[in-house]
Ligand binder design. Structure first.
Ligand code: NAI
Length: 505
């Protein structure tokens, strides 16, 4: 199905942060756009704002002055909803309230032509419910943009139960023509991004609550080892804890209290205290001008390491071996189960078991576990944890080995799956369940997480690199360690592993 033709009239309702951004995107793509807000003067004000934004692009040489004028000329503020009668596509970005949005769509159905598409930018309401009771529910669809809409590439094209599939295809093609990266998704709570992203926040929050490490250390691990742009604490401080906590609560409630989505008490405490993040001057971090930013905790060592013994291979962490060699360390290779022996220490990649449990079960002394990294050839930091019997000397030798390759070691208390590994395993688990339930394809889920929340890698492709069997083992071990349903592995992971297949096969 083809994209909406460029001369098709587009209407955007709601001239707030999202509506203004969406109107700009549509006008930049060449459509005549009418912008309407029920607050008098708001639409004209928003168009002035867009003009100023575009002016900045002209100053930076990213947009021609003529293009700026042409875009602004295509944007028309209107003060009465009746002026939208000739629209082919209406996108609403008004207040997040089901009754108000449904009432608006009823009004539009009576006003606009039969072929007019009614799209909602809602991030949490059901498209199926929005369409219910309308005369033409097949014409209702979700078009979920991300903030700021002109910059963020992702559009979730959301189909409700009644949505005409040809219409979803047409909006997908239209989003592409608008320079966006669209994905198809079903109208389920959180759609793709707001559902699959939950563990990114939840696992860091849980580690913090359990005293595994402090905020600065956990954030640094997610950045320097995980390759994420921000850790969960700095990101939720930026989003605002009221907003992030409300999304978690709404997804948790919508999935009937599934513990996979359980909100965090420590985030609730922040909300209750009014520590909403940057916007209130304080969240997990203090944003006062004179406040000192806490630094991640690094272990240091003055020991010089020159040799180590590799037994088997380190799996996904194997590129570390080349880094150690490049740092001048002599490595002796033996057969074995994926261990690196340096001095008294035995180093291994976490498999989701506690270090002390693994040491006991596998008969290992002085065990030091390392965390997952996105790219072991480049990671500047790794999380580590130790078994209870690990001596200070053995820990020091492991830290010294990492330091020699330019890797800072940040210690967590003995926590199953450390920080990055458990987070990525849980992101992949949620993505897998979303695929299993037909919410989106594996490639759309990966694309959504990269384009919508800037993940360095799609969680399902990442799971493929780690190995589906390894991810499954981590989740099984997490579930055994906590005894909680929260960590239950998705049936799809188990099925793919049993069949020897990957997500993208
Ligand atoms: P906002 O509060 O900045 O703007 C909403 C605008 O809609 C206001 O200008 C208001 O006057 C107008 N409005 C309210 N009721 C109206 C009505 N009945 N008729 C006409 N205009 C009306 O809100 P924001 O952040 O732009 O969000 C709008 C929608 O986009 C919501 O559904 C929200 O869930 C969704 N969304 C928000 C994102 C965000 O990051 N802010 C991201 C993605 C979706």
């Amino acid at each position: 199905m083809s994209a909406l033709s460029k001369d098709a009239k587009v209407a955007v309702i709601g001239a707030g942060a999202m509506g203004a951004g969406i109107a700009q995107v549509a006008a930049q793509a060449g459509h005549p756009v009418k912008l309407y807000d029920n607050r008098p003067g708001a639409a004209a004000q928003a168009i002035d704002g867009i003009d100023r934004q575009l002016g900045r692009l002209v100053e930076k040489g990213k947009l021609g002055a003529e293009d700026r004028s042409a875009i602004v000329a295509r944007l028309q503020p209107v003060e009465a909803i009746e002026a939208l009668a000739d629209s082919k596509l209406v996108i609403e970005a008004i207040v997040e309230n089901l009754e108000v949005k449904r009432g608006l769509f009823q009004q539009l159905e009576a006003l606009c032509g039969e072929d007019c598409v009614l799209a909602s930018n809602t991030s949490s309401l059901s498209i199926t419910s929005l369409a219910a009771g309308l005369k033409r529910p097949q014409q209702v669809v979700g078009m979920h943009f991300f903030n700021p809409a002109p910059l963020m590439a992702l559009v979730e094209v959301v189909s409700g139960l009644a949505t005409d599939p040809a219409l979803s295809d047409s909006l997908y093609a239209t989003s592409l023509a608008w320079g966006k990266k669209p994905v198809h998704t079903k109208s389920t709570p959180g759609f793709i991004v707001n559902r699959v992203a939950r563990p990114f926040y939840a696992e860091s929050l849980r580690l913090l609550q359990e005293g595994a490490a402090d905020c600065a250390t956990l954030d640094a691990l997610m950045r320097d080892a995980g390759g994420f742009r921000m850790g969960a604490f700095e990101l939720t401080d930026l989003i605002g804890h009221d907003v992030n906590y409300a999304v978690t609560c709404s997804v948790f409630a919508a999935y009937y209290g599934d513990f996979r989505f359980q909100p965090s008490l420590i985030q609730k405490e922040l909300v209750d205290a009014g520590r909403l993040g940057r916007k209130s001057g304080r969240g997990f971090y203090d944003y006062a001008e004179d406040a000192e930013r806490p630094q991640p905790a690094n272990l240091s060592s003055t020991t010089n390491i020159s040799t180590c013994v590799l037994e088997g291979d380190l799996g996904v962490a194997q590129p570390l071996v080349q880094r150690f060699k490049d740092a001048g360390i002599e490595i002796t290779q033996r057969a074995g189960t994926g261990l690196l022996r340096v001095g008294d220490a035995v180093i291994a990649l976490s498999d989701g078991r506690l270090a002390s449990q693994r040491a006991k079960e596998d008969g290992l002394r002085n065990l030091v576990l390392i965390d997952l990294a996105l790219d072991y050839t480049k990671a500047s930091r790794l999380g580590i944890s130790c078994s209870a019997d690990t001596t200070p000397d053995a820990l020091d030798q492991a830290v010294a080995l990492l330091a020699k390759a330019g890797i800072a070691a940040s210690r967590l208390s003995d926590s199953p799956g450390l920080a990055v590994l458990r987070t990525v395993a849980m992101l992949a688990n949620e993505g897998a369940d979303a695929v299993l339930q037909g919410v989106g394809s594996a490639s759309d889920i990966d694309l959504a997480m990269r384009a919508g929340v800037n993940y360095p890698q799609g969680p399902l492709a990442w799971a493929g690199q780690i190995g589906i069997g390894n991810v499954l083992r981590v989740l099984d071990n997490l579930q055994a360690a906590y005894g909680e349903d929260r960590y239950r592995p998705s049936l799809l992971l188990r099925r793919l592993h049993a069949e020897g297949r990957a997500f993208h096969d």
